[in-house]
Design a protein around this ligand. Sequence first.
Ligand code: NDP
Length: 478
Amino acid sequence: MEKCKMYIGGNWEDSGSGKTFTTLNPATGEEIFSVPCADQADVDRAVKAARAALPVWSRMKQSERSKALYKIADAIRENAEEMAMLEVREHGTPYNDAIGVVYGAADKFEYAAGTAPTLMGRHVPVGDGALSYLQREPVGVVGLITPWNLPTIMNAVKLAPALAVGNTCVLKPASINSRIGLKMAEIISQAGLPPGTVNVVTGPGGSVGSALASHPDVDMIGFTGSSETGKQILADAAKTVKKCVMELGGNNPAIIMEDADVDASLKVLGWRQFNNSGQHCSAPGRYYVHERIYDEFLNKYVAYAKTVTVGDPADKKTVMGPLVSQEHLEKVQWYIEKGIEEGARLLYGGVRPGNLEKGFFLMPTIICDASHHMTIAKEEVFGPVAVIIRYSDKDDITALANDSPYGLCAHVWTQNLPKGMKLINDLHVGAVFINCQMLTNEQLWGTSIKESGLGKEGGMEGMAEFTDLKLVCVNYDI
Ligand code: NDP
């Protein structure tokens, strides 16, 4: 088993206590990496290193910072095969997706390097004899706490903008795929950033993540994960009034209207549902399918699910790999059983594929005849499970879609575009996808609606979250 070290102040270190934990290959259940288990003292050292690096990194010319980020993007591309295989081995991402994820992470650094120079201060007119402007500054030392569901991308989407505008960072990756976070540190260590600019500490969220969130010398937390953890982090961060940007849970409605192009909808939604084993925050959590096309939708969804090859993520023919852990697999299975117990029908899947004895695998699963009030429709399943509810003209579809503690995004499928667009204002969500699902570097993600988050990630708006605006007023008429 490979032994890994943490990255603190430009050095590779064990945890101060010498404690370690292991990460697994979800396709086999085997232990693959031994990772340092940090504690409060390690977090303190990482934060101290980041604080010491801040004056150097934040006052560097923007062009120099951007050059360093371009180097990181190049290093990711040069190491793409190795990074993709880590995604395959430690997360279970099928190879063809993993390689795309790695190049996507490189793009995040390139985008941040290119756009940060345009995120400048603003002149504010105040009349003769005086000058007033808004100066954009980095927030300072930023704690980044990331989830396991898209590890390479999740680390990149936070590190890139935070660094580009001059913050120094302490990253705590999800424990389950800690090695992937440490690989990012290895890549960054090749780009010549001042020591301490990026630090990566590994260990349990409840102790290491919480130590970061409550640390008095951390200025901001950038977090992606569940709403429950988000609330705990907000409580910790409140002790020192930290800025928090939170990308939290969702249970996204997909409204399939009577005039939807069912084949086109399944190409997009089916892929989103089963790709990465449905462990996507933007995947549909509940489908409302109009009664006039309900049977067609079900039949075609089953046909689609049958085309999804489940298996070894290292095999290039595999479309869907395992779920991330035994614990998560059991949670998803519990939701399926609960759905059936509450009266929904298991239409397809719901079991481990017969040919796969080891690993945390589940067949693509379709649950139909669900109702809006069932547990499986109300809570976030976060797995390869399509939960399908029939609706009719008598239902208030926007009221059903909005009836959730979450408001991350919504999907609408219709060939009557004006009718679909009428929903935009009524859907209380951070993103509406009509007849598509697209996310590019330029677009932002995230929302401050209900329990799905606070602030934005990605795009210019996401980068701006990592800055503060200082008001400067100068009287030159004295
Ligand atoms: P968790 O909330 O369980 O964990 C996320 C991170 O927080 C991990 O690094 C975890 O550490 C850490 N953590 C756990 N407890 C604490 C704590 N008390 N204080 C500080 N840090 C803590 O989420 P998952 O990893 O299970 O990810 C899945 C969730 O993420 C889903 O709810 C999904 O919707 C959401 N998500 C949201 C996205 C969005 O853009 N809105 C995008 C992707 C995912 P450890 O790993 O050690 O437990």
